[in-house]
Design a protein around this ligand. Structure first.
Ligand code: CMC
Length: 440
């Protein structure tokens, strides 16, 4: 029997179509034909499955969105089984080799690689929005000297909202574009200011004659008594490539936070503060920091078996391993290993790389990791490179947030322009107390 009612009629028409699912409700013995779109079932189709007229209908239950697509997106394609990552259709390997971070940021946000004139205009806009209001400096001065730079960044991004009240007009395309320029441009400045604050050194203003990664390195490391600083071009190129690799990763935790906060039509400054807060956690962008701490604790290759035993007994996780989507090698980790070689040719070899390579070798041949499809992810090697480049460990998640800003903004804009999207508001299965009364 096919279910009656409005949805039932819709389902009946589709009976026999191959792109559908026939579901039998054993509670009522009714059968439903539910349409499939792009290999997915719309969760709202389940609502027609009821045991009585007053039943609100069947819900799907999916803690942590393990098997739920929350949107349709044309930004990033990820095949976790095959280890494929593409931005707007372009393989990450080709982008990392042939394109700069600013070109990739343009690609993510606009959907196409920039023509030369578009790149010139985009670069101009990003370059000329790098300055922050002087009061932002005062705001950052208020942090304690040992404040974590990621905490400073989360707060400062949110504070920018108060400087640009026009940003609330999220449906105005021109204003949206202006905030996009500002956020992509200012995030390296905020990141570098957070670092300078932590070491008690004067802030270094951005230089309009430097490229995106080079300017960031100059704001981080230029001594305040000189106006000239030339970061090593190999290190600047390596950092730019790391920015390309981290720019987007479809519906990860922080991107989801950006979309959820943005779905209430909050401005992009507070929405990206929410996204960076999500990135801060050790299971997401904070993992690179934890990897280095873990490798330092291991200290030498001889101690690897002890760590592996602790991981296998469930006492701890092997940081930088495993991924919700990748069930084979993370393609970014493969590229990062090559970047490491170029960085070490300038800085000298970071001894942690040998421990990391040893750890990877042991883990990849161990049944525990093989059975669970646990491979190194992007964060397993990125921290070692950042450390070799002189970045303090606290700065690692900040270095992840800088390029991820372009991905967040691309996804935020896509969400706003998607007619199917509404304010994000999941349902729940209530498991609390049933009605009870306050005594007396
Ligand atoms: N070390 C040891 N065991 C692990 C690890 C790990 N790093 N990751 C997953 N497992 C085990 C886990 O214990 C579970 O085993 P069992 O089935 O016996 O209970 C199984 O593998 C599945 O794990 P899960 O927690 O259900 O997997 P998840 O998809 O929910 O978690 C993850 C994904 C990335 C949070 C997790 O793999 C993890 O905690 N990794 C370490 C942190 C890390 O490197 N994060 C960076 C992710 S890449 C950058 C980014 O996108 O943010």
């Amino acid at each position: 029997m096919v279910a009656k009612g409005e949805s039932g009629k819709r389902s009946k028409r589709r009976t026999g179509r191959s792109d559908s699912l026939t579901v039998r409700d054993n509670r009522t013995l009714r059968e439903y034909v539910l349409p499939l779109e792009r290999g997915a079932l719309r969760a709202t189709e389940l609502r027609q499955i009821k045991v009585s007229e007053t039943d609100p209908g069947l819900l799907s239950y999916d803690p942590a969105f393990q098997n739920t697509a929350s949107c349709q997106s044309a930004v990033t394609y990820l095949d976790g089984a095959a280890g494929i990552l593409r931005y707007r259709g372009y393989p990450i390997e080709e982008l990392a080799e042939k394109k700069s971070y600013l070109e990739v940021a343009y690609l993510l946000i606009h959907g196409t690689l920039p023509r030369p004139s578009e790149l010139a205009e985009w670069t101009h806009q990003i370059t000329y929005h790098t300055m922050v209001h002087e009061n932002v400096k005062k705001f950052m001065d208020g942090f304690h000297h040992d404040a974590h730079p990621m905490g400073m960044m989360v707060s400062t991004l949110a504070a920018l909202s108060t400087f640009y009240p026009e940003a609330k007009k999220v449906h105005d395309a021109t204003l949206r574009e202006r905030q996009i320029h500002r956020l992509v441009a200012k995030i390296p400045t905020i990141a570098a200011f957070a670092y300078r604050h932590s070491i008690g050194m004067a802030y270094i203003y951005p230089s309009n004659d430097l490229g995106y990664a080079t300017n960031f390195l100059a704001m981080m490391y230029r001594p305040s008594w000189t106006t000239h600083y030339d970061p090593d071009p190999v290190l600047a190129k390596a950092l730019d490539t790391l920015f390309v690799l981290h720019a987007d990763h479809e519906q990860n935790c922080s991107t989801n936070a950006m979309r959820v906060a943005g779905s209430s039509h909050a401005d992009p400054y507070v929405a990206s503060a929410a996204a960076s807060a999500a990135l801060y956690g050790p299971l997401h962008g904070g993992a690179n920091e934890q990897v280095v701490r873990m490798l330092q604790e291991v200290g030498s290759k001889e101690n690897i078996p002890k760590l592996i035993r602790q991981v296998k007994s469930g006492k701890r996780r092997l940081m930088g391993f495993g991924h919700r989507v990748y069930k084979s090698y993370d393609p970014r980790a493969r590229i990062i290993k090559r970047v490491a070689d170029s960085v070490f040719s300038v800085t000298g070899r970071n001894r942690l790389i040998d421990i990391a390579l040893g750890l990877e070798e042991v883990a990849l041949s161990d049944d525990y990791f093989i059975r669970r499809h646990l491979y190194p992810n992007v964060d397993f090697y990125s921290g070692i490179i950042y450390q070799a480049m002189g970045f303090p460990t606290d700065m690692f998640p900040v270095l992840f947030a800088i390029p991820r800003m372009s991905g967040w903004l691309a996804q935020w804009q896509e969400m706003l322009l998607d007619e199917e999207q509404k304010i994000a508001r999941p349902r729940q299965l209530y498991v609390g107390a049933s009605l009870r009364h306050v005594p007396g």
